[in-house]
Design a protein around this ligand. Structure first.
Ligand SMILES: C[S@@+](CC[C@H](N)C(=O)[O-])C[C@H]1O[C@@H](n2cnc3c(N)ncnc32)[C@H](O)[C@@H]1O
Length: 264
C-alpha cells in the first residue's frame, strides 16, 4: 500500500486549485501550491495542472503520468501486432471472438488499453487511490480525443476498489469471460530489465502480497479463463501450474481455463 503520509497534492497554479483540493480531500493528504515549501519537502507530489495529473518522486525527479495518446502506449496501439500479440492471444481474442475482460490489477491501464483497442469490453479494477486517480485522469483525457475517444468511453470502465471483494460480489450472470491479473512481482525490483515506470510503482505500492488469494477468487469467477502476467523467469503465481503459457521476450502469460468447471 502507498505511504500516503509522504504525499502532497500540489496545484500548478490558482486555476487548478479546486481540483487539487478535491483530490487531496479524497486521498486525505495535504494540499498546497507547487510554489510553497510544503511541496518541496514532500517525498511524493501529485501535481495537478490544467493538462492533467502527474506524480513526481522528489529524490529521483521521476515522473509518472498516464498518457494513452502519446509515447509507448500509442506506439503499441499502432504497431503492437494487433490480435497476434501475446496478450491478445492469451485472453483468447481471435476473429469472431472478442471476450469481456475484467482487468483486476489495472495499474496504469496499459494492458487494458491494448485489449480495448482490439475490441474488448474491459472493466478495470484498481485499489490504490493514488493510481486510480492517475488512471482516471488518463482515461478522461483519452475519452476526449477525436480519434480514440469514442471507443475509450465505450469500452474502458474504471472502479476504484479491491478486486478480491468486487469479484466475490458478482452474480453468475455478471461474471466476465476473462479475468486478467498482473500483480506486482517483488523480485523484478533487482532486474535491469525493469522499466522505469514499473520501478516507480514498486517503490510506491510494494509487492501485491495477496495476489495468490486474488488468483483463487478469479478462478471461481471467470467464465472462460484467468490469465496471469508473470516475468518470464518467475514461477507460476501461488504455485498453480497453468494449462498453457504464451511467452514473449521478458514476459509470460499463464492461462488457466475455467469453463469446464463452470459448465455442468
Ligand atoms: C503491476 S501493476 C499492473 C500494471 C498494468 N497491467 C498495466 O498495464 O499498467 C499492479 C496493480 O494492481 C493493483 N492491485 C493489486 N492487487 C489488487 C487488488 N486486489 N485489487 C485491485 N487492484 C490491485 C496494484 O495497486 C497495482 O496498481
Amino acid at each position: 500500500m502507498p505511504d500516503l503520509a509522504k504525499l502532497v497534492v500540489c496545484a500548478s497554479n490558482a486555476t487548478s486549485q479546486a481540483r487539487a483540493q478535491a483530490l487531496a480531500q479524497a486521498l486525505q493528504v495535504p494540499c498546497c501550491l507547487a510554489s510553497e515549501t510544503l511541496a518541496a519537502q514532500a517525498q511524493w507530489q501529485l501535481q495537478v495542472a490544467p493538462q492533467g495529473l502527474s506524480l513526481q518522486e522528489q529524490a529521483s525527479q521521476a515522473v509518472l503520468r498516464v498518457d494513452f495518446l502519446g509515447g509507448a502506449v500509442a506506439h503499441r496501439r499502432r504497431f503492437g501486432g494487433g490480435r497476434g500479440q501475446p496478450l491478445a492471444r492469451a485472453v483468447g481474442l481471435k476473429a469472431g471472438y472478442v471476450p469481456t475482460v475484467v482487468d483486476a490489477t489495472a495499474g496504469l491501464g496499459r494492458d487494458a488499453f491494448v485489449l480495448a483497442s482490439l475490441g474488448c469490453q474491459v472493466q478495470l479494477l484498481e485499489r490504490s487511490p493514488l493510481i486510480a486517480a492517475l488512471l482516471e485522469d488518463g482515461l478522461c483525457r483519452a475519452a476526449q480525443d477525436e480519434e480514440i475517444g469514442a471507443w475509450v468511453k465505450a469500452r474502458l470502465q474504471l472502479q476504484h476498489t479491491d478486486a478480491c471483494l468486487w469479484l466475490q460480489r458478482l452474480s453468475a450472470e455478471q461474471c466476465p469471460e476473462v479475468i486478467y491479473l498482473d500483480p506486482m512481482y517483488p523480485e523484478r525490483q533487482k532486474s535491469a530489465l525493469v522499466k522505469k515506470e514499473m520501478r516507480f510503482l514498486q517503490a510506491l505500492l510494494g509487492a501485491d502480497e495477496d495476489s495468490g488469494q486474488l488468483l483463487e477468487i478469479a478462478l471461481q469467477q471467470a467464465r472462460r479463463r484467468v490469465v496471469v502476467k508473470r516475468p518470464s523467469n518467475a514461477p507460476p503465481l501461488h504455485k498453480r501450474t497453468p494449462t498453457a503459457s504464451i511467452s514473449s521476450k521478458n514476459t509470460r502469460f499463464d492461462i488457466y481455463p475455467t469453463h469446464l468447471k463452470q459448465q455442468p
